[in-house]
Write a protein that binds this ligand. Structure first.
Ligand code: PBG
Length: 325
């Protein structure tokens, strides 16, 4: 045998030397769920690695992440039902607790990267990402609301705006509005290939944001489609996206790889709630070894070509890396 591939696996030192992919804390973004008020820190039952937290706990959480070198976060609001309406107008209202929290977070930790999710669903009484009229999700009516929400978020201090709604033309609408308001430095991380997936279940439990009627199939992508993701990428980049995202991640590694090979903007991938919950559940049953499969799962996303990985495991990974594991 002239070629023996096992030679390069002989010792830990050699294996490390030929290692192709390394997961770093700086690749990771931790999603945080914000509730109004103080004193709330509730573990999410279907995603026990994450919690619904009021600002006081969120600040402590950020502090402890910074201690292990993790400084990228995406913040989601859990909006009380009484603030929801058909047009999601609370999303940009003056007394919005989410915007107020962002102001305080960025004042206290100016150096972190704070990302905001832009979509109507947490604020909408219909639970959809767009304005609903007679059961139809209206595209063009939704764009000015997303633009207004984005400007309010930029004003609050978010570094990056991440539209997750999948309305056509939202990136251009948001870019134009941000520029007109002089927020030319605020970036856009577009949820470019966001699929109509069942893996968002625990997230919708966390935020109580499931659609009240119907599903999201008229705007989120069909899980069967691969070429269409390339088209979405082309449009988002043309419209001014600074990052393009694939979501979910683990079940869509081919899409991550396609976009990585086709485009030069950084690729983000969202290791979504249901994908994380699967591992937690199997580990709880004793069917999988969590310490092995969790890093392996997240590594696969990087290997497929993602530069940025949003995962509920970000803090646990950062802690492991800080301990040299
Ligand atoms: C809101 C949004 C969702 C997620 C991120 N932003 C849910 C949805 O589209 O229904 C899901 C994230 C996760 O499951 O971890 N538009």
């Amino acid at each position: 045998m002239l070629r023996r591939t096992r030679r390069n696996r002989r010792s830990a030192a050699i294996r490390l030397m030929v290692e192709e992919t390394q997961l770093l804390t700086s690749d990771l973004v931790l999603p945080l769920f914000l509730v109004s008020g103080t004193g709330t820190n509730e573990v999410i039952e279907s995603l026990p690695v994450a919690s619904r937290q009021s600002l006081d706990y969120i600040l402590k959480e950020i502090e402890s992440c910074i201690k292990v070198g993790l400084q990228q976060f995406v913040l989601f609001p859990s909006v009380p039902e009484k603030f929801k309406d058909k047009l999601g107008s609370y999303s940009y209202s003056e007394d919005n607790f989410y915007l107020e929290a962002a102001r305080i977070i960025k004042e206290k930790y100016p150096d972190i990267c704070l990302i905001s999710d832009v979509a109507l669903d947490p604020y909408s009484s219909d639970g959809h990402d767009g304005v609903v009229e007679k059961g139809i999700i209206l595209n063009d009516m939704t764009l000015p609301i997303l633009a207004k929400m984005s400007v309010a978020q930029a004003q609050a201090g978010f570094d990056i705006i991440a539209p997750s709604d999948m309305m056509d033309g939202r990136v251009a609408a948001i870019r134009t509005a941000l520029d007109q308001a002089s927020y030319t430095d605020v970036g856009i991380m577009a949820y470019t290939a966001k699929y109509a997936s069942g893996f968002y279940g625990p997230f919708r439990d966390a935020l109580d944001s499931a659609p009240k009627a119907g599903d999201k199939k008229t705007y989120q992508m069909n899980p069967a489609n691969r070429r269409e993701a390339m088209l979405e990428g082309e449009l988002d980049i043309d419209e001014g996206a600074d990052y393009i995202m694939v979501k979910p991640a683990i079940h869509y590694l081919d899409i991550i790889s396609d976009l990585r090979n086709a485009y030069n903007v950084p690729i983000a991938a969202y290791h979504v709630s249901g994908e994380c919950a699967q591992l937690l559940a199997a580990a709880k049953l004793g069917w999988l070894d969590y310490d092995t499969v969790m890093p392996e799962a997240v590594l696969s996303i990087k290997r497929a070509g993602a530069d940025i990985i949003l995962t509920y495991f970000a803090k646990e990974l950062a802690t492991m890396f800080a301990q040299g594991k």
